[in-house]
Design a protein around this ligand. Structure first.
Ligand code: PLP
Length: 419
């Protein structure tokens, strides 16, 4: 105990009665994985890409951009609240497309943010404090941090149905029914592609139906675009839903992250784009973001990562190289899905829904497979086999490598049969 602690009056020690907060479910697993000294262990808990060798992958295009920036001997001055202008322009074009009517007409307020999480947090503050929106609607399930981010900004979180009873496929009818029942002006979070945690996205036709529904029911679409380019390997394909909504006349808010698609996790590079109906509305929203929201929050966003992203997005050679690397990451994830499914079916692992059909493992999309395993089965995977995934049965396929596929498949078979 602190020497002389008794001299501190209880009123001055404001920490005396503070209980420890529970660990974050995902970050807690990562810490447990790192602490484990098991000779064979597999981390499928966190959405971070690993190369075929199981190691973090630094994209060569990103390294090249970084070297170029360093050699340019640039300054380290503060950015304005809204961030690096070149980055904001390129980021908004990346997600909305260079032929976006809203961009051409100057109706999009874009600000740089601390990666996707920061973009969502700024967006939540804008909704609550400026637009006076009190409720946010999330799919059930959704990325766990969505609940915390919107809750921390003071919004009430409500959920609509998304996944079917087998926990492996989208229940589109139920989703639509729940959304159609919302009051006009309701704000709904949509995962632009590679839905986290389920890996189940609406089809192109279903997205078109949703855009019609949002227009008819006057709902506000808030796209979380954390995986653009990662799901299919093609950023235009992965942005199709966002662009379809804009084209249909909806006014989407779009939160972007460059953590996964550029491998810039720790650099915290992201953006919030607010598509408005007019230039005057855009200017008002932009000024609200600059002053009331961003100035007291972080005042000025980080410079280095935004410079890297702008360099890669804005340089034809680097951008082409990056597209190839992005496709390579996406292809590796897809090949791991195919391999895991094939191995599970080859060894006759009973699937959670009954029978031995594991087709959902390769029909789902993006970084995650929603395996359908129960929390008890996930616990056994960790305790007996040292394989870590979140308790909702979500496995990060980006963390799987070829040598681990037979080990993981055999372990899954064992826990399903033991249940
Ligand atoms: C659905 C979703 N949104 C947003 C993010 C934000 O990530 P970051 O803050 O690292 O950009 C993630 C990261 O896992 C995610 O899965």
């Amino acid at each position: 105990m602190l020497r002389g602690a008794r001299r501190l009056s209880t009123a001055a020690n404001i920490w005396a009665k503070i209980p420890a907060a529970p660990p974050d479910p995902i970050l807690g697993l990562v810490a447990a994985f790192k602490a484990s000294d098991a000779p064979r262990k597999v981390n499928l808990s966190q959405g971070a890409y690993r190369g075929g060798d199981g190691k973090p992958y630094i994209l060569p295009s990103i390294r090249a951009a970084e070297r170029a920036i360093v050699s340019e001997d640039t300054d380290k001055e503060y950015l304005p609240q809204e961030g690096l202008a070149a980055f904001g322009k390129l980021a908004s074009e990346f997600v909305l497309g260079t032929d976006s009517a809203a961009l051409k007409e100057g109706r999009v307020a874009t600000v740089q943010a601390l990666s996707g999480t920061g973009a969502l947090r700024v967006c939540a503050a804008l909704l609550k404090e400026v637009a006076k929106v009190d409720v946010i609607h999330l799919s059930q399930p959704s990325w766990g941090n969505h609940h915390k981010i919107f809750g921390a900004a003071g919004l009430e979180v409500r959920s609509h149905r998304y996944i079917d009873a087998s926990q492996t496929a989208l229940e589109f009818g139920a989703m639509k029914e729940d959304l159609a029942a919302l009051p006009p002006g309701s704000c709904v979070v949509l995962h632009a592609c590679a839905h986290n945690p389920t890996g189940c996205d609406p089809t192109e036709a279903q997205w078109a139906e949703l855009a019609d529904l949002f227009l008819a029911k006057e709902l506000v679409p808030l796209f979380d675009a954390a995986y653009q380019g990662y799901a299919s390997g093609n950023p235009d394909v992965d942005a199709a839903a966002v662009r379809a909504f804009e084209k249909a006349g909806a006014l989407p808010l779009v939160c972007q992250s460059f953590a996964k698609n550029m491998g810039l996790y720790g650099e915290r590079v992201g953006a919030l784009n607010v598509v408005c109906a007019s230039v005057a509305e855009r200017d008002a929203v932009f000024s609200q973001l600059q002053g009331p929201i961003l100035r007291p929050l972080w005042s000025s966003p980080p410079l280095h990562g935004a410079r890297i992203a702008a360099k890669v997005l804005g340089d034809v050679t680097l951008r082409t190289q990056w597209m190839g690397e992005l496709k390579g990451m996406s292809d590796r994830i897809i090949s791991m899905r195919v391999a895991l499914r094939a191995e599970l079916e080859r060894i006759g692992a009973p699937s959670p829904a009954g029978g031995g059909d594991w087709s959902h493992v390769d029909s789902q999309i993006g970084m995650f497979a929603f395996t359908g395993l129960s929390a008890a089965q996930v616990d056994r995977l960790r305790e007996v086999h040292n394989i870590y995934l979140t308790r909702d049965g979500r496995a990060s396929i980006a963390g799987l490598t070829s040598p681990d596929v037979p080990y993981v498949a055999a372990a899954i078979k064992e826990v399903v049969e033991a249940a």
